[in-house]
Design a protein around this ligand. Structure first.
Ligand code: MSP
Length: 513
């Protein structure tokens, strides 16, 4: 049977500054969703990349005394290193400076121009000459350029425009008849009521005031401006309008574009209108997530309120960072990032709930049965209760993941580990160990080990290292997703591997003091 396809994307990132934990948030979430779909047997394509053109980059490169390409190359290689350290398993990393992307954007621009969806007009705006930037009235600070504080002048510039206004009614119809298209629902209402219904204006899609961009083939003083360049990445990455468009045929339309809340507007208005103009199907869903904030405010380099994510990874381990990002913030809402909360989560969930459980259980197996797994299925009420919870978790997690309730999915997995800890208290294996009949003790330890195995397999897409290490310690070959539908698959008469605690409790800095 042919596998079901799943195409998921992150936004492509501006390489204008160092990446921070907020960028990691979007990418880790997309990665966990992609891995979960892979685990379920989908044929997944996970795309991420970088959005490299524009005046800002051109200027930063000038300041650094290098070419824009040299400037972005360095940041991109750094970003790829960060994604590697975060265990991000993308299928493709697209750069908007890649030749194939440039060609596709040029073809799209020409096609839209030829069919009359792009036309030449005049862009009027408030212009700051030293900064070479256009501003809107509301962006000005005391009537002056928000960047340098100097006077701005009303100027007009020849530019190409995309007929966005033409698609207004079709867009509203589409969004209203496809309730799953924009999620969460609050963002959908905001788009319709605040942006589309008040009226869409045609969109300026070229610039002549800088040249670090994709040239318009039929009018060389223009470069393509921002959104056609950036948004097209989702189809150029698949080979749209290129010689080999097999990936495009296979994966388009996308199942999910994950984006931060501030760019939902571009993805739910400009992008669908462009696709309509290209006569292509629309993505199935755009999910706008909230922001990670620090001390209630923006994560900002100038405020110096964050560390390089790699430092956190080094200090706490990659799984702890992924766990925090995936577990702490209800997906769709804003959430806080703080090392204090990170340490609390680490200690309570990772060190106490999972780490301690695994270590305690394996230690008991070592002590009472020389590390050899045995079973003696006796069904007590405690057993039935534990087993029914463990077996029902797969469906619960799948359900949560289908609705992109990621913290809830993780919590359901952790419920297995919490239930196991309770089961130890209920069955008191150290008391059973004193009895001559060792069968009840075998039964209890087997149920614990099997529950841990199932929990570890479910953890794979989220905390790969933890999952791998638990399964290694258990010395089991039953590691596939298919093996968790039925309780009792863990092999018997096998000796577990060497083990040590997976997570050591972290003493909080103030506790140390
Ligand atoms: N280049 C555009 C996207 C074009 S997509 C066709 C862009 N780039 S960005 O680098 O500024 O942001 C990339 C993503 O990171 C966005 O989804 C943004 O919301 C996300 N985040 C940046 N800071 C963030 C937080 N503090 N918290 C969560 N996400 C954040 O926009």
């Amino acid at each position: 049977m042919e596998k079901k396809k799943y195409y998921i994307t992150t936004p492509i990132y501006y390489p204008s500054a160092n990446f921070h934990i907020g960028h990691c948030y979007t990418t880790v979430i997309a990665d966990a969703i992609a891995r979960f779909k892979k685990l379920q047997g989908y044929d997944v394509f996970f795309l991420t990349g970088s959005d490299e053109h524009g005046l800002k980059i051109q200027k930063k490169a000038e300041d650094a005394g290098v070419t824009p390409k040299e400037y972005v190359d360095k940041i991109i290689s750094d970003a790829k290193d960060l994604w590697k350290q975060l265990d991000i398993e993308y299928d493709k990393f697209i750069r908007t400076t890649d030749d194939y992307h440039v060609e596709t954007v040029q073809k799209i621009f020409k096609k839209l121009y030829d069919q009359g969806d792009i036309y030449k007009g005049e862009y009027k705006g408030l212009y700051c000459t030293p900064c070479e930037s256009f501003w809107t009235e509301s962006q000005l600070v005391d009537g002056k350029c928000p960047d340098c504080g100097r006077e701005v002048n009303m100027v007009s510039e020849e530019a190409y425009f995309f007929r966005l206004s033409k698609y207004q009614d079709r867009l509203v119809d589409y969004i209203e008849s496809h309730p799953e298209f924009i999620q969460p629902v609050s963002r959908k209402n905001e788009m319709i009521n605040n942006f589309i219904k008040p009226g869409l204006e045609d969109l300026c899609v070229s610039r002549t005031t800088f040249d670090w961009g994709i040239p318009v083939t039929f009018d060389s003083k223009h470069v393509v401006y921002v959104w056609i360049d950036a948004l097209s990445n989702y189809i150029s990455a698949l080979g749209y309008l290129s010689e080999d468009d097999s990936l495009f045929k296979k994966f388009w339309p996308a199942d999910l574009h994950i984006v931060g809340k501030e760019i939902v507007r571009f993805h739910t208005i400009i992008w669908p209108a462009l696709l309509m103009a290209l006569d292509l199907p629309l993505p199935k869903q755009i999910f706008g997530h909230g922001w990670l904030v620090i001390n209630g405010g923006k994560i900002s380099k100038s405020l110096g309120n964050y560390r390089d994510p790699r430092e956190y990874i080094k200090e706490y381990g990659v799984d702890a960072i992924r766990y925090y990002l995936l577990r702490e913030v209800p997906f769709g809402s804003d959430g806080t990032f703080s090392e204090d909360l990170l340490v609390t989560r680490y200690n309570t969930d990772l060190a106490n709930t999972v780490g301690n459980l695994v270590n305690r259980t394996l230690s008991m197996l070592n002590k009472y049965f020389d590390g050899v797994i045995e079973n003696s299925p006796i069904e007590t009420d405690y057993d039935r209760d534990l087993i029914s919870l463990v077996i029902s978790t797969k469906d619960k997690v799948e359900n949560y993941m289908d609705n992109l309730q990621i913290p809830e999915a993780l919590d359901a997995i952790f419920e297995i580990f919490r239930r196991c800890n309770k089961y130890i208290d209920e069955t008191t294996p150290w008391v059973l160990a004193k009895e001559e009949d060792k069968e009840p003790l075998k039964n209890v330890l087997y149920n614990l080990l099997e529950s841990i195995r199932i929990g570890a397999i479910l953890l794979k897409p989220f905390l790969m290292n933890t999952s791998k290490e638990i399964l290694r310690q258990l010395n089991t070959d039953m590691t596939d997703y298919e093996t968790i539908s039925e309780f009792g698959q863990l092999e018997v008469s096998k000796k577990i591997n060497d083990f040590k605690p997976i997570f050591m409790r972290i003493e909080k800095k103030d506790e140390q003091e």
